[in-house]
Design a protein around this ligand. Structure first.
Ligand SMILES: Cc1cc2nc3c(=O)[nH]c(=O)nc-3n(C[C@H](O)[C@H](O)[C@H](O)COP(=O)(O)O)c2cc1C
Length: 185
């Protein structure tokens, strides 16, 4: 039985998503003592609305915050939409980081994976997420990882070219080391 749990949180809602394919490949690199679970915590949420953010909270928000709070770490994958993160992912960040300084992402270990078909490899989305998690009180473990020209090594059926596993492994390992280190949480 696994000792730790890591959520695999896709920032793309698309069934044929390149970034979700990479996220799944990262999840497969987790060792036996860490269970990775692919979760859609984004789609069920309402748009963030301060008038909804009080008791009784929407059930989807209660469930999402509980899942985040219970996890030992999170791998977030993101595409880039118009130089930013997709709206649904930003909405999740907003719900997950309230109440201010007393939220489920406080001290939460997180790593960010980004990719795009362009040569810039989702740099704006990844830099934004990494920065925002840091200043909102999450613990960003190790370096983020970005893939440019993602269509060259993720097939339409989601199959990831084995050549990129070497780039994913240190990224996953940095989270694994922190998850296994109780002082980090
Ligand atoms: C609304 C929209 C905006 C986009 N803006 C960008 C962008 O700013 N930079 C970029 O590299 N790709 C951009 N793209 C292309 C996405 O990177 C591409 O569709 C990618 O495959 C989406 O990620 P996914 O495969 O994980 O769903 C955009 C796509 C959409 C739908």
């Amino acid at each position: 039985m696994a000792s730790y749990s890591v959520l695999l949180l896709p920032g793309s809602l698309r069934a044929g998503s390149f970034t979700t394919a990479l996220l799944k490949a990262a999840g497969e690199l987790l060792p036996d003592d860490i269970e990775g679970e692919l979760v859609d915590l984004i789609r069920p949420l309402p748009y963030y609305d301060g008038d909804l953010d009080h008791d009784p909270l929407p059930q989807s928000v209660v469930e999402m915050r509980a899942r985040v709070a219970a996890a030992d770490g999170i791998i977030v994958s993101t595409p880039e939409y118009n130089g930013a993160v997709p709206g649904g992912l930003k909405n999740w960040v907003d719900w997950a980081t309230r109440p201010f300084q007393a939220h489920a992402m406080m001290n939460k270990l997180v790593v960010v994976l980004g990719a795009s078909p362009s040569p810039k490899g989702a740099i704006n989305a990844v830099e934004y997420l990494t920065k925002v998690f840091g200043y909102l009180g999450a613990r960003v473990a190790g370096e983020s990882v970005r893939f440019a020209s993602v269509g060259d090594f993720v097939a339409e059926d989601g199959k990831v070219d084995p050549s990129i596993i070497d780039q994913l492994r240190p990224f996953v390992d940095s989270l694994v080391a922190e998850v296994r280190n109780p002082a980090a949480r």
